[in-house]
Design a protein around this ligand. Sequence first.
Ligand code: FAD
Length: 809
Amino acid sequence: MREHARLVIVGAGIVGCSAAYHLARKGWRDIVVLDQGPLFETGGSTSHAPGLVFQTNPSRTMTELAKRTVALYSRLGGDGEPCFYPAGSMEVATTPARWEELKRRRGLGKSWGLEGALLSPGDARNRLPLLDESKIVGAYYVPNDGIAKAVRACERMARPVEGRSVTFHGETAVTAIDVDGGRVRGVTTPRGSIAAEQVLICAGIWGPQVGRLAGITVPLAPMQHLYVRTAPLPELTGETRDVAHPILRHQDRSMYFRQHADCYGFGSYRHEPLPVAPDAIPRPAIMPFTPEHFAAAEEAAGDLLPALRRAEATYRINGLFSFTADGFPLLGEAAAVRGLWIAEAIWITHAGGVGQVVAEWMAEGDPGLDLHECDLSRFPAHAFTPAYVRARAVQQYREVYDIVHPLQQMEQPRGLRVSPFYRRQVEQGAVFFETAGWERPQWFAANERLPDAQRVPNRTGWEAREWSPIQGAEHLATRRAAALFDLTPFTKIEVSGPGALGFLEGLCANKIDHPEGRVVYTSMLNRRGGIMCDLTVTRLDRDRFLILTGGAVGPRDLAWIRGHAPGDGTVRVADVTSMYCGVGLWGPSARAVLSAVCTEPLSNEVFPYFAARAITIATIPALALRVSYVGELGWEIYARTEYGLRMWDTLWEAGRPHGLVPLGVGAFDSLRLEKGYRLWGADITGEDNPLEAGLGFAVKFGKGEFLGREALLRIKAQPLARKLCCLTFDEAGRVVLGKEPILDGDRVIGYVTSANYGYTVGRGIAYGYLPPTHAAPGVPVEVEYFGARCRATVSEEPLYDPKGLRLRC
Ligand code: FAD
């Protein structure tokens, strides 16, 4: 075995092989892939998976990874033994609710560019003759889904790169990872040590164990999953084709099915979740079959496919694979150990695409695809604790095939992080939603009796779930009087030191070098000019800056900033989130409210828009920023956390005569959308640049070099390929929730990035990127919502206060 490698990959399952293949194709040499098991049937999850590939996913990124995977596995065929059988897929509905869900999934498929159709029961049966059509309402069909032969794909990916660029060693377990000075240095195996510049962990369910060798936590839980294969079915006598039938999902019973020549295989998630301690994983990774967890599945299988009623199961396993807290993979470089990369918790469905983006990321410094949902750095600290990972993974297992509303709240673990105002929020009847562990009021029952409530159009159906008309009342009261909003969950980052200004100028697209007391709204871009972070930077001092960003995106933003900071001690990046609580005090009466408790001058002349000043709120020292994400006069006010409750009470008392209301996140979102403010992760991501997103005003090309400038200049020199547009629905009261396809006739021209109801403008609002042909006010389009077409019109934006007069008054 060689003693040095550029890269050691731990694990030769589908993920390790895919990463090695893609890196080799990028020209990397000296890659060593080590697996503790025999190649390529290693005994890991890949060896036991039946390989069903359903590409449709609520996440655009996951669908894109699946599409790339299908394209890759399809190319790996060649000698008559395919790695992918495009047999098609059907998801069947046995209830009206599921049928509605399948219409929604078809919409998602359209948004993400998948071919597909909704089928009648008869059409579904024509495609899969074993199906009892009387049991279903209909089916969602995707013609190029199918079955992946994963072990074969591993071999096919290894073959062309083996020897030349990559060396594979089976039966070679990594027993230690050498880390020194915050960098990975190599690995140890019973057959010797290898010094390595980088190490990529693709160890699947063993990820937590292997991570531990390097001192890092890989937050996933291995779970048992039951799968059986029958003896030959009389109905399939003579069938020699391995896969001819479409693969099948019966989500109402948490099951899936595939054909194995003249036999059938099926798996079930409908049982008590069975997590396995990372130290107790057997090799190969299968555990004794537990029939008590499969009885209901067997009955349901026979109901839907009567041929299975009499079938004997000859192969029965509890296989093991990984689940994470939010159901997404874990990708990226470990923040604590440079050169140590992770590609974990990945299905065969996505492994081809994942190998490609990880290779891109490692080789080019950028994955080329928006991976924020998968980024290892997305989690707050509590999400690395074993108790949290296990609790969430168990729930993810239960919900794999559930109909999950986009705003559905997790039940446990809750109450992890609360602001100092929590007690008051509870007293005011807050309905809490969770973000990054924070309990955040979505709306307040106390606002039910606001006079504005009469003006809020009612909702029914899917869009009425996890919603209250109170949100509309809070929205209108904010515009009419004033609102108090809890900003404590915002991530607060202090960047300081003699190099701070230069560092931030090089990282931000907007100009940062302003006098102290100035707030700057800016993006941070990647090398392609895509928006990685969207935040404000406030200059507190010559060498001290406060960065404010969202609660959910905060950990990633922090990692991005830290990842670019110089290591020479000239810049200090500190997460000060927990040191400060904050409120937004916004609305036309905000100045009157604040003046009642604050002696500092608050006039527009002395305290203009985008200024930051130290103020006192009665006895409390605070920092006020004249900014507002809701489009009204007002301030973000931050104080040391221990003063929080008193600050809330003081402002609340001062505000009561002015009609101050507590404001929840639900109304906050509709206020920002009416004002056209972009939301990172939805309207803008690393794949969207500021020019397309309408944020060119916050890019200062003239200030000199900054990350992404070159790419953005190239983009600027060309006509824009698309533009983020505001749509309003023609039908009064119409509202959608996001991710729906936008159509011109039958042509999909975009998808909804953000949607809400504009309670002030009296219209449903949706944003989405449209091609230049459609990106002009007045252009009619349609949005597909649960299979129905909703007429909408491209509108001049922002819809509310386009001149920004209310902000600057
Ligand atoms: P693995 O295949 O487990 O590979 C990890 C490798 O790391 C192993 O070979 C292991 O030996 C090696 N390793 C671990 N520790 C060390 C060490 N210390 N030193 C050296 N090597 C080490 N996915 C789908 O997309 N569709 C499906 O239909 C599907 N059905 C499934 C059904 C079952 C019953 C199971 C078990 C899984 C199923 N999956 C399915 C999930 C899928 O199989 C896995 O998510 C995927 O195979 C994971 O690939 P991997 O390369 O990350 O992990």
